[in-house]
Design a protein around this ligand. Structure first.
Ligand code: ADP
Length: 288
């Protein structure tokens, strides 16, 4: 199971270069695709799912171009789209059966898998209720379940937690971690906490370019001398924010703490000892 992009570029008809000479390889594991809006995450996903055509480069699955593999490749993909507002009048089970049919599963397989997957995402008790009666988190879980029909080798999740409250967010993350065995899971998001605990590797994308491709631990290590902090008083924050545009004010050990990122330790600050992926995001996308 080996998915490889080699020197892939995508230029839209308005001349916008959305992906620029992108080279990356994936095998079984969870990959977080992180970047601000407009970075090129959706373009990358749409190229891998063969929804849009590439301008140049190769996308290979086990050494064969996915364009040549065509439907044989598409059958290996499970896709959880971003949008909701889908088939609201169907029950979760009916929707699963419908999607299973579209994926070409036999009626027997469709029934077994629909039941099992709704169980996996803890929706069995409401399987026959209409989707429109569901909370945002439950709707996302239905979308996740349908992506798993046919046991795809590659699972693509586009902003799987968008619009969810923290508890639902954690639920979705746990389900993703639970189903991740023996699959390539690509998880595109601009929410750092979505991938902090579950991603094996993180791709940082900026203006269509892959700027980092590392484990979360290696990423945080790479900026361990770039994150600074100092305890501050409430009335100092405004002044500090004027001076350090990229910042994060947090409560630490009961004290207000002002954090910033950069290349040089500012006076009266010390190196933060608990560098996290959020700091990496701030350093790579807001500072650099
Ligand atoms: P992301 O998913 O990271 O927000 P996108 O892949 O949607 O980024 O977009 C990357 C860039 O390509 C953006 O500048 C966006 O405006 C542009 N873009 C996306 N889709 C199209 C399109 N169909 N036509 C022209 N430009 C597009």
């Amino acid at each position: 199971m080996d998915l490889e992009l080699k020197n892939v570029s995508k230029r839209y008809s308005n001349d916008k270069l959305a992906l620029d000479d992108f080279t990356v390889g994936f095998n079984a594991g969870i990959y977080g695709i992180l970047g601000p809006n407009g970075a090129g995450k959706s373009t990358l996903i749409n190229l891998i799912t063969d929804n849009i055509s590439r301008t140049s480069g190769e996308i290979l699955y086990d050494g064969e171009d996915i364009l040549k593999l065509a439907s044989a490749f598409r059958a290996k993909i499970g896709y959880m789209p971003q949008q909701q507002g889908f088939y609201d009048d169907m029950s979760a089970y009916a929707f699963m059966m419908y999607m299973a049919q579209l994926k070409g599963l036999s009626k027997k397989q469709a029934k077994v898998q629909s039941r099992e997957l709704l169980e996996t995402v803890s929706l069995s008790p409401v399987a026959h209720n209409k989707i429109k009666s569901f909370s945002g988190g439950m709707k996302q879980r239905v979308l996740l379940a349908q992506a798993l029909l046919g046991n795809p080798e590659i699972l693509i999740l586009d902003e799987p937690t968008s619009g969810l409250d923290p508890k639902e967010r954690i639920n979705i993350r746990n389900y993703i971690a639970q189903i991740s065995k023996d699959k390539i899971i690509l998880l595109a998001t601009h929410v750092v906490s979505d991938i902090e605990c579950i991603a094996d590797r993180v791709l940082l994308i900026k203006s269509g370019k892959l700027i980092q491709y590392k484990t979360p631990a290696d990423l945080t290590n790479s900026i361990k001398d770039k994150v600074f902090e100092r305890v501050c008083e409430k009335d100092e924050i405004e002044k500090l924010q004027e001076k350090f545009a990229v910042n994060n004010v947090v409560y630490k050990n009961g004290r207000l703490t002002f954090r910033t990122v950069g290349d040089n330790l500012p006076p009266r600050f010390e190196y933060a000892k608990d560098v996290n992926l959020e700091d990496v995001y701030l350093y790579c996308f807001n500072y650099k």
